[in-house]
Design a protein around this ligand. Sequence first.
Ligand SMILES: C[S@@+](CC[C@H](N)C(=O)[O-])C[C@H]1O[C@@H](n2cnc3c(N)ncnc32)[C@H](O)[C@@H]1O
Length: 244
Amino acid sequence: MNRLDREKEFHNEAFATDKRKKVKKYYKTTDRSKKFYRDKIHENIAGLSVLEYGCGPGSQAFSLAKAGAKVTAIDISDVAIEQTKEEAVRQGVEVACHVMDAEDLTFDDSSFDRVCGSGILHHLDLERCYKELSRVLKPGGLGIFFEPLGYNPVINLYRQMTPDLRTDDEHPLLNEDFELAKTYFDEVTPHFFHLTSIAASFIPAASAQSALARPLNGLDSILFETLPFMKKYAWITVLELRSL
Ligand SMILES: C[S@@+](CC[C@H](N)C(=O)[O-])C[C@H]1O[C@@H](n2cnc3c(N)ncnc32)[C@H](O)[C@@H]1O
């Protein structure tokens, strides 16, 4: 089975079952980075054409459409795309949904003002993906992505202990992935989140997790500001890519 088929099979199964719920219980800690991502992708969005890249069951497509964007959503998983279509109907919004390989988009050059995605880049061959993103974004258009980073030893240990929650081919982003982005985009701006706040993930109760994550996220901002080398050990990056 090739890489794309493995990705499709893994995610079809995950979306058709409740496998993802197992992971989501740890994710209250990331409320701050998620909010930053959501705010960024919704900024001045009315009237813009937006692609949700690797949308899964349609994570942001619906709110973007409600905010007045012309939204297209793609994913390699046909189960995800069916669920996105159903949810768009349920929420009464228009989203153009396609089963499509993110590394081989069928859209014309300069089709989108904005491309966004969460947890998608780290599933892709980034050389192929950056090439496609820079092609389909209009000049001055913005790519915004919410992605895991690959250097934190605690998170890496957790990853090793939970291999069934991941595909064999995914790789959390590394410095070399940012460097590669610079060969395709004029502006590559990563924002970093979660270091001490990772500790909150070990608390089972969601409300207590949020309560602890809030001050620790504040501490993380100060640490990243004063000790920039610590950014490498962040859990999450929100990555902005722009071609002028
Ligand atoms: C971790 S999930 C994230 C889904 C969704 N964005 C979210 O935040 O819930 C990764 C997604 O990438 C999709 N994917 C993986 N490889 C892909 C490819 N080559 N082309 C399009 N989508 C792909 C998977 O099917 C899956 O929906």
